[in-house]
Design a protein around this ligand. Sequence first.
Ligand SMILES: C[S@@+](CC[C@H](N)C(=O)[O-])C[C@H]1O[C@@H](n2cnc3c(N)ncnc32)[C@H](O)[C@@H]1O
Length: 327
Amino acid sequence: MSDNEDPRWAEDPLEAAAKVQRLYDSDVPFFTKDRIREAYKSLQENNEPGKKAYTRDLDGKLESFKIETGEVFPDPDDDLKWIGYPILYYVSIQHLLDQEWLGGNSPYSNLRIVHCLERCDEPAEEIDQQIKHESLQRAIDTWRDSQSWEQLKKALSGVSLPPVKKFVAFALSSMPAFSDVPRDNRSLFQHALLVTLRDLLLESSTQEHDGIKCYAQDPAYTERDIAVLQSCGVTVLPDPEGFLEVDEETAVISISPNVPVKQVVSELARPALIIWNTIKGNGLEETPTTDPDSPRLQKWINEHYETLEFPPEPELFGQLAVYARRT
Ligand SMILES: C[S@@+](CC[C@H](N)C(=O)[O-])C[C@H]1O[C@@H](n2cnc3c(N)ncnc32)[C@H](O)[C@@H]1O
């Protein structure tokens, strides 16, 4: 919750929601790199218990958040202990307009600082780095031999893609050991998609290049994920550095994130190529997911992108689509 002395949430919530809706219906950007950069800098500079970090509201006012890094919270129900660390929290338009989601925050605050809790008495078990590496390699080999990869390459060869100099992947998650249960291999195959697509574009690139940079952002990565990905040419970035990297020459891959990646990315840049969960409408009819569609997103995709089918692989990828920017 924000920590302002002059709480803006005292404003009439319905009136505030109407103002936010008016801002949304106008062309006011809901996420900008400058606002994200400013909040990130404030969080980095003030990441000590008791200090305050700031984010800027949609109407330009500053919102302060008390930092509780390292505070230990005992669980009243058992012996577990949790430790808090602050993160940036991106609020979708649906949740911003939903009174129940405000939770004491300003209705104009769609970029907040919240605290995540992590078990501090028992570190999570991690698989061996070599096993992680071999598991990813096995997924890459299996994916390269698959019909789906052939279909995806064929679909991409039918469009004229704008130049791609960078990949940024979101939410592909920590990689487990290869399993006989296909669903458990989602993260491995999603990273296999990232690596094989990067290699494909590198091979087919006719322009002079100094390679294609490849980044991945997911707070779930462990030190071992970071090392294994680095050995495949993928650099892990902390949130929000992945968002700040996205530009017109970027290919974005984002699969079922816990944050509204579609709404954030579509406000920051117009990437050359996007693979993410299929946009099905304006996102207003259904209960919003963590990465909901929206009226702006639907319009943006229709105006600037050609939609290609992603081969149906629901267990490994969910329902994805490929969006190639029109040249
Ligand atoms: C529902 S899981 C999906 C994982 C995987 N892509 C899949 O399809 O099974 C959501 C993922 O979003 C990640 N996530 C949460 N916050 C994020 C952020 N700020 N940036 C990128 N990923 C984030 C979580 O760590 C988690 O790995």
